[in-house]
Design a protein around this ligand. Structure first.
Ligand SMILES: [Zn+2]
Length: 277
């Protein structure tokens, strides 16, 4: 028994699972497979690359410039993984190095914490249509099903007009009573206009693919903050549980969450279409 406990303690010690990022490839790696980047400073010149990085701009008056020096993830600190280190020692650019066009930079706060529908409003390329189903009984549960668009749509003006979002998103609510304003908020069906505006402005200033995007405040104003992003269909139903999926010994109530934001799963339906013979 003591042997079992001893083995468990050894295998669950932090050194066996603690991870940190590699500054060259940005990948999370076991700390035991990382070493100090400062010992490699004479090999880093191969990581210098043109048109990969971009210095952060907070206003259109600032000129567009690149970050000088080797392309590194500064947030990873002084770490380099064994794979990158051995490639650099041989004078080669590591296969997954950020300087191979994989550099993202620091994600600005304005782009963190966006909700699903807010992301829909700032996405330049739309390659799916979504159907969202929410059910509200004693608890709220939601699912999103995404279908691949035959041809992706690329927007030059963002956010897209409300009519276009209504074409690619449908929301259905079922429950014993009609959904309330609280239900809409919990089901994350409301969008925050100022959050969307700030995210788009940051992207237009700093993201290469958003250089020629036009921000439309008129389109943004068409989305109300206190009403769902698209019209919601409601139909009455007695329970949110599937009779086929319930055990005979299961006497629990409805599935889902009772309070707070209702997280949802996105089911993607993509791939080659099945042709009829
Ligand atoms: Zn690496």
């Amino acid at each position: 028994m003591a042997l079992v406990i001893d083995k468990w303690c050894k295998s669950s010690s932090p050194v066996n699972f603690e991870e940190a990022g590699c500054a060259v490839c940005g990948q999370l790696t076991l700390c035991t497979d990382l070493s100090a980047l400062k010992n490699m400073k004479n090999y880093l010149h191969v990581l210098e690359a043109q048109s990969v990085t971009r210095a952060f701009r907070s206003s259109p008056d600032e000129s567009i410039s690149e970050i000088e020096g080797p392309v590194l993830d500064k947030s990873a600190g002084d770490n380099i993984c064994n794979n990158c280190r051995s490639s650099l020692r041989a004078g080669n650019v590591p296969k997954l190095a950020l300087c191979r066009g994989l550099w993202l930079g620091v994600i600005p706060d304005e782009l963190k914490g966006l909700k699903f529908y807010e992301k829909m409003l700032i996405a330049r390329v739309r390659h799916t249509k979504c159907f969202k189903g929410s059910t509200n009984y004693s608890k709220l549960v939601s699912n999103v099903i995404a279908f691949e668009n035959p041809i992706p749509k690329i927007y030059d003006t963002l956010p897209p007009p409300k009519e276009e979002i209504e074409e690619v998103l449908a929301v259905m609510f079922s429950g014993s009573t009609k959904p309330t304003q609280d239900d809409y908020a919990h089901a994350l069906l409301l969008v925050r206009r100022n959050v969307v505006a700030k995210a788009l402005q940051i992207l237009i200033l700093n993201h290469f693919d958003y250089n020629d995007v036009v921000f439309s405040s008129a389109n943004l104003e068409s989305y109300a903050e206190d009403a769902p992003i698209v019209s919601v269909e409601y139909f009455q139903k007695g329970s949110n549980r599937n009779a086929e999926g319930i055990s005979v010994h299961d006497d629990l109530n409805d599935d889902g969450t009772e309070e707070g934001d209702c997280v949802f799963t996105v089911h993607g339906i993509v791939g080659p279409s099945i042709k009829n013979k």
